[in-house]
Design a protein around this ligand. Sequence first.
Ligand SMILES: N[C@@H](CCC(=O)N[C@@H](CS)C(=O)NCC(=O)O)C(=O)O
Length: 214
Amino acid sequence: MSTIFGVAVSPFVRKAILAHAYKGVQFEIKMLPPGDEDAEFRQASPLGKIPGYKTDNGALFSDSSVIIAYLEKVHAENPLYPENPESLARALWFEEYADSKLAEACNALYFQLIVGPKFFGHSPDENRIIEIRKQLLPETFNYLNSQMSAGQWLIDNEFSVADIAVGAFLINLEHAQYEIDSSSYRNLADFYQRFVAFEFVQAQLNIEKGILFN
Ligand SMILES: N[C@@H](CCC(=O)N[C@@H](CS)C(=O)NCC(=O)O)C(=O)O
């Protein structure tokens, strides 16, 4: 069985976990924080970022996108990569956009309201929270909302890595009790409701809520 190194409440680790869950692929999780000195983890992730990964055969590497690419190659069932080359490229673009711009906005609020206070003893910075709510989130929501159609998954209405990536970062907002305004961002709000309705996403959310709020 493969091993994911990291903590389930990290959004990039969550993204890798959700890809496994969607495909029905079992994995173990070795719980450790970013920067941990565990020797295998540091071989997998010399930068100390989570998730790190160890395959059934002992190959070590890191990065949520790399892990999903590997997973898709080894487990073809429930594909996450579209067949059509243009669709594949667009799915990878949305994954990249989610990992960068959407992650920046969603992680910032999650850090201010949940991770900082709970794990690092930080007090929320009210000015930063206003900036995130008024600027960072609307910028990325406007783009994503414009790229979505009501009731459809991002690429060709087939569930893909693009949806896993976008959904994984939006979960941060749920933890931070931030609701996407459906009057301003109808497609995105609808997307998130359909995403969290999946049983495999609910299961992950419940695990995370147990870690964060119990
Ligand atoms: N591109 C990486 C990013 C991973 C990442 O930034 N993980 C965060 C935790 S959510 C981390 O380890 N941060 C610590 C650091 O940047 O040193 C991926 O997709 O896995």
